[in-house]
Design a protein around this ligand. Structure first.
Ligand code: RNT
Ligand code: ZN
Length: 418
């Protein structure tokens, strides 16, 4: 028996002692899909435009060598990352990640421009999600997209959003797995506006038009993402939390909660169980803000643990789509995926290894002493042995064994890229 198996057998007994079935937890864990953000692979460049004007107040920083420069390279990197992550997962594509030689723009894209991605996803058994790309484009230079006061700009972005839904529906149909399409708009002002209502009314009307296009809900789910502020849009964001929450609740679209899009002491782990009382579904952008919406790689911090607990304790997974949103260009980009995704899965496992029912009983009985005592003791329970065993059983590297694979991969593949 390997050390990993031996340690697992002991851990299994320890958890059984508090009424937790580790095998059952792992079965459940296996069914949870994480949507990897494609944009971690190439610093949000995409392949639609040769020279992309970057705007929208989001930014990848760093210049680590070996970045994917085309679809084939990006896919190769994603495959590498997925080979080190246990379970079956999804890839979230932005509209700019087309695979085509044709001269197309965001308002003339068609589902067929994503054929190679769909083909690849089928072959690899990877699910796909989608994102309208309403930034880094000359039509977004004024800082406004679908809420622009200029009807031509507004029409351009409305068209792009409609097309995005069509593409997503096509992907979902082809893969026979619902695609989740995220809509985030950078729209806002650097300085204090006079009219706080007008842009929001325009955004509301524009979204109504976008979502009026009939789409098969078996194949696509729409989600709107709020934000507190972006770089250069510090004073006013059209798609604020209240705007998106209200819109999602009223119109039965999903709400996207990005961990980096709130005031620094606000946490999405508390928003998840709250807003699900009022919205149908959620899309999470699991991220890590450091002082601001800096999109750092997800680590095993308290908030990640709390997000996982929120989902598991109240069984909210069925209405929550878990996606990642970070982009660090200062470290190996493939390693970033591996670190962030493994951590997210690890956090879910830790939550699954909690004797939730017993804890809830203590709480209801008013025994807060035992609640605190147990929650603290649980932190040093041997969850790592269960995690290692899961990795081994799922055929992915155990502990940091994946790191040397990345080092080989960057030496042999990524650093040789032109
Ligand atoms: C921006 C939003 C948005 C983007 C991605 C690239 O602040 O978080 O989700 O990060 O669409
Ligand atoms: Zn996000």
């Amino acid at each position: 028996m390997s050390n990993v198996s031996k340690a697992y057998e002991i851990a299994k007994e320890v958890y059984a002692g508090i009424g937790v079935d580790t095998d059952q937890a792992l079965e459940k864990l296996k069914s949870i899909k994480i949507s990897l953000n494609c944009w971690q692979g190439d610093d949000l460049n995409g392949f639609l435009f040769q020279e992309q004007s970057q705007n929208g107040g989001i930014q990848a920083t760093g210049n680590y060598p070996g970045k994917a420069g085309n679809c084939a390279e990006l896919r190769q990197d994603v495959e590498k990352a997925l080979s080190m992550i246990p379970g079956n997962h999804k890839l979230s594509l932005h509209a700019t990640y087309t695979d085509t030689e044709e001269k197309v723009d965001l308002d003339t894209l068609e589902p067929r421009h994503f054929d190679s991605w769909i083909q690849w996803a089928k072959e690899k058994g990877v699910g796909l999600d989608f994102n309208a790309t309403c930034f880094s484009h000359p039509m977004a230079d004024t800082g406004f997209t679908i809420s622009s006061a200029d009807p031509a700009i507004r029409a351009f972005w409305i068209e792009h959003c409609k097309i995005s839904r069509k593409i997503a529906e096509h992907m979902g149909k082809e893969l026979n797995e619902r695609c989740v399409t995220n809509f985030w708009f950078p729209d806002g002002y650097k300085d204090i506006p006079v009219d706080r209502v007008g842009p929001r009314m325009r955004m509301k009307t524009a979204l109504d038009e976008v979502f009026s296009l009939p789409i098969d809900s078996r194949y696509n789910l729409d989600a709107v993402e709020s934000k507190l502020f972006g770089i250069g849009k510090e004073s006013y964001t059209v798609g604020s939390n209240e705007f998106c929450l209200g819109y999602a609740a009223q119109n039965h679209v999903a709400l996207t909660l990005d961990a980096g899009h709130f005031h620094p002491t606000e946490v999405i782990s508390d928003k998840i169980p709250t807003v699900l009382l009022f919205v149908d579904e959620l899309l999470l952008h699991v991220s890590r803000p450091v002082r601001w919406d800096s999109d750092h790689v997800v680590i095993m911090d308290d908030e990640l643990a709390a997000i996982a607990q929120s989902l598991i304790r109240n069984d909210l997974l069925a209405r929550t789509n878990i996606g990642l949103d970070f982009f660090d260009a200062s470290i190996n980009r493939t390693a970033a995926w591996v670190i962030g995704t493994r951590n997210t899965i690890k956090a879910l496992l830790r939550a699954l290894l909690e004797p939730t029912e017993a804890l809830m009983k203590l709480e209801l009985a008013g025994d807060y002493t035992s609640r605190l005592a147990m929650l603290e003791e649980l932190k040093s329970y041997p969850f790592a042995a269960v995690w290692d065993y899961y990795c081994e059983a799922m055929g992915v590297p155990v502990r940091e064994a994946w790191l040397s694979e990345i080092k080989d991969y960057e030496r042999e593949v990524q650093f040789k890229r032109g």
